[in-house]
Ligand binder design. Structure first.
Ligand SMILES: [Zn+2]
Length: 498
């Protein structure tokens, strides 16, 4: 289904190579802070020192924090890049996580360089400006500082962190929201982080190949074959966005278009990517950025130049290139509820957002009612549903230019008085009538509502469990010895790459 339209779409994108020239000129600042991050691999102390310096120098657009500690007590530092860091806003979040495998370090320096580039260019470059002002970008340069210290793939307890997440194929969707209790501290820290905030999408940076890999990584039958996630088309689209904006990835001889489905390449279970998607509603890619592991430091400027346009395009397309908007309450009178009943000020609703043809619901934020769903170009029926309210459906057409579609849903209370007008969902741009909803679909959506309530309650329980598990882990960590191959090394560790 993605065949012809994608070919056309990406052919258009690839022709805009002027961007590369533009970026090269910006990078030609010898002695700049960007260049200083691309001379060598910082050790863990230097990394922390640099990030602290950055958060001070670029404090207006950043915040430094730690999501947790490694086995050996090294903080997992992260930068939030935003014009209002640390403030919850009606804006989307995206994250980059690097160095999950200790012997794949290039992402550490690349993320620091991206941070520096955004700080230096957000006033002048439209992409940087949009990232800083309209979203929250999170950069975690090392998820495995202990492994980096030893120049080894696994963490200090010899566990491959990309086999350490609860796996939907092994334990079922419902069985993986809670940690098993065996996860490593690094894994638990990332799980807790993902549950604490909704990331629209993300990417994990690796080395050993040159390809954008997308879910599923796992398969139900343990076989090696294409494993289609509900958002397969969106995943494929985002993988192409990265590969096409990358200087060479899209021209790969090994991978058509520079992209691959994870399980089609080789399956793995317990990976971070699948867990992000199924539990976090976060569309994560696994990016292999260099054919060889631990590239020599003199390659870092070239790697940055090759990846920068892609590293900007991915968050922007993920957050703004699909369907996004708000869900708010509307009163029985047809007026929006809220302060003074002013238009656009209805009470925000954390409704579920369903997209026709995609068997995966996601939620609007209960704080602001804002939602973001990455989609591949095409036409979709998008439905907002919430218990106690009548569902609303609109038809959106996602253009190929990455600009996305905005929708505002105004849900009326379910009941006889609310049945007068259903096409209240207002689209920005050309006005279109709401698509009437088939009855069978409404029932399906109602079932989704129940699922959603259960999911939210389960989520709360998990957060409490995670906290408890976190504390338990530290209480026991000193007495917990790692067996060779790790506490629960997977029998499926077939690859040294992702
Ligand atoms: Zn890797």
């Amino acid at each position: 289904m993605q065949g012809t339209s994608h070919v056309h779409h990406y052919a258009e994108r690839r022709s805009s190579s002027a961007r590369g020239v533009e970026d090269r000129q910006l990078l030609d600042l010898s002695g700049s802070h960007v260049a200083s991050t691309l001379k060598t691999y910082f050790n863990n102390s230097e990394l922390e020192e640099h990030m602290r310096g950055y958060a001070h120098r670029c404090g207006a657009v950043s915040r430094l924090f730690s999501v947790g500690d490694s086995v050996e007590g090294r903080p997992l530092w992260a930068l939030e890049i935003s014009s209002r860091p640390g403030i919850e806003e009606a804006k989307p979040s995206f994250k980059y996580v690097a160095n999950m495998h200790g012997d794949e370090p290039s992402g550490r320096q690349l993320l620091l360089a991206v941070a520096e580039w955004l700080c230096a260019n957000h006033a002048t470059d439209e992409r940087a400006k949009r990232i800083v002002e309209e979203m929250h970008l999170f950069l975690l340069p090392t998820m495995n500082p202990d492994g980096f210290e030893r120049r080894q793939r696994p963490n200090a307890r010899h566990v491959d962190l990309n086999r350490d997440f609860p796996d939907p194929f092994e334990h079922g969707e419902a069985g993986i929201v809670e940690p098993s209790g065996k996860e490593q501290p690094e894994t638990l820290a990332i799980m807790k982080w993902i549950l604490s905030r909704h990331f629209v999408a993300s990417a994990s940076l690796h080395e050993g190949a040159l390809v954008a890999n997308y879910p599923w990584d796992g398969t139900a039958d343990r076989g090696t074959h294409y494993s289609r996630a509900p958002d397969d088309a969106a995943f494929l689209h985002l993988a192409h966005v990265y590969a096409d904006a990358h200087a060479t990835m899209h021209a790969s001889h090994e991978f058509k278009g520079g992209v691959t489905n994870g399980a089609h390449w080789y399956p793995l279970w317990g990976g971070m990517q699948d867990w992000n998607y199924i539990v976090g509603d976060c569309l994560e890619l696994t990016l292999e950025l260099a054919p060889n592991k631990w590239p020599p430091p003199q390659d870092l400027p070239r790697l940055f130049e090759e990846n920068l346009p892609a590293m900007l395009a991915l968050p922007l397309t993920s957050c703004f290139g699909g369907v996004r908007g708000f869900v708010r309450e509307r009163g029985a009178s047809g007026r929006l509820l809220g302060e003074g009943g002013a238009p656009g000020k209805g009470r925000p609703l954390g409704a579920t957002i369903h997209v026709s043809g995609i068997d995966k619901t996601m939620s609007a934020s209960s704080t602001y009612g804002d939602f973001y769903r990455p989609l591949s170009p095409g036409t979709y029926n998008v439905t907002a549903a919430m218990a106690g309210y009548a569902t609303e459906t609109v038809t959106v057409t996602i253009p190929a230019d990455g600009s996305g579609e905005m929708v505002e849903f105004h849900l009326g209370r379910a009941g006889p008085e609310a049945v007068t007008k259903w096409n209240l969902a207002r689209k920005f741009g050309p006005l279109r009538e709401a698509t009437p909803e088939p009855v069978a679909f409404s029932e399906a959506v109602n079932a989704r509502i129940v699922q959603n309530v259960v999911f939210v309650m389960a989520g709360l329980a998990v957060l409490m469990l995670l906290r408890a598990a976190h504390h338990r882990f530290y209480a026991r960590s000193s007495s917990r010895l790692a067996a060779p191959g790790g506490l629960h090394s997977s029998p499926h560790r077939r690859s040294p790459l992702r």
